[in-house]
Structures are given as C-alpha cells and as structure tokens.
Design a protein. Structure first.
Length: 215
C-alpha cells in the first residue's frame, strides 16, 4: 500500500504553504498526522462525521472513547463549551497556551462522536505556532488524539507515526522527534472539584495547587 504524502515543516516558523496544504486536506475530510507541543497528533475536522469515523478506524480506537480538540484561541473554545466552571480561568491563565487539556461541559452542537455521549469536551490551547496556524487556516478546531494505534505507545516522532499509521493517513507533517516525551496533562473540571485524570507534561500537583489558590 502506498505511503501517505509527507512534508517537512518548521515548528517555530511553519511554512505557510505547508500549513495551507494540511488545512486543505483537513477541510476535505482527510486525517493528517502533525507535531503538537507534546506528541504527534491526528488532526481532522471534528464536525465532519466521516472524517472522525476515519480517524477512529485509523487508530483502531473504540468509538465510545472521546477525542480531545485543539483550538487557537479562547474565542474559538467558546463555540465548544456550554460554560466555564470554577477553576477554569485560573488554570487557563497559568497554563495556556501549553500542554494542559481541560474537560469542560460541551455545547449541544458538539458531535457525540467527539464527546462519546459524555456531555463534556476535552479542549487544549497549545503553545505550538504550527497547530494554531493550522486551526486558523482550517477555520475550525481540530482533533488532537495521539498519532499511534490505540493501546500502543507512540507519536513521539514522524517516523514512528509513519510506521504505525502511514499507509492510512492522508498527510504527515514531519518536524522530526517531539520536543516533549510526555502527553498533555488532562484535568476534568466538569464535576464539583478539579480532577486530574491523566498526569503528563504538567505535574498534577501544580494543576491542583493553581486551581485551589485561584492563581
């Protein structure tokens, strides 16, 4: 089977032509593996049901698992969430842009394929200039699930993503190895108190301390 299209990209100064190519692929319903500010992720249009279904098929991921979304601004995030719970503003001020994913109450229009029927949506505002440029050019939030087969480690380099998924992808943006070896930290703000559900690039203690102090 033929390998996917593969383009080199500069993480700090992403070439507009490369980002524009990726945006076109995504708007057309494709799935692209792209470097984020943590590991490599799979970028697709979360509002395109066929694209999300393809993403699950590529990863061999159970469809009852939610997918996190990447945004380029708080304004774009507001189109995804019903409200911002207590603790959100202090955590956003302290850790965004950056490797923190927050689970928030979802707006009714967010697809069930993304939320897995949970009524919540996981959102991250990354530091990556590439991802934020891609979101702007695609004119929509993007999926950000890791670029690996479900249940397997991976997503740390373009070569690793290519070995696991390359024949199934529509595009792979190659920036070499990920600068961080850890995924984003995930905190759930949809309940009565902040709950760290996955430790990652930001220590759980730092998240809970910031939320408690209202920093």
């Amino acid at each position: 089977m033929a390998r996917c299209e593969r383009l080199a990209v500069d993480l700090l100064r992403p070439e507009r032509a490369v980002v524009a190519r990726a945006a076109r692929v995504i708007r057309a319903g494709g799935v692209a593996a792209v470097p984020t500010d943590t590991l490599y992720g799979l970028a697709a249009d979360p509002f395109n049901a066929a694209a999300v279904k393809k993403l699950f098929r590529i990863k061999r991921r159970p469809e009852n698992m939610p997918i996190l979304l990447l945004v380029d601004s708080l304004q774009r995030m507001e189109n995804l969430v019903a409200r911002t719970p207590e603790g959100f503003r202090s955590l956003a001020a302290r850790f965004w842009p950056g490797p923190l994913t927050m689970i928030l109450p979802a707006r009714p229009g967010v697809p069930c394929a993304v939320t897995a029927g949970s009524g919540t949506v996981a959102v991250r505002l990354p530091r990556s200039a590439l991802i934020r440029s891609l979101v702007r050019l695609a004119r929509r939030p993007l999926t950000g699930t890791s670029a690996n087969l479900s249940g397997r480690a991976g997503g740390r380099s373009a070569d690793e993503a290519d070995r696991q998924l390359g024949a199934l992808l529509d595009l792979l943006l190659d920036a070499g190895s990920a600068k961080r070896a850890l995924p984003s930290t995930i905190v759930d703000l949809s309940g009565r108190a902040p709950l760290v559900v996955r430790s990652g690039a930001i220590p759980a203690a730092a998240i809970l301390q910031a939320a408690a102090r209202g920093e």
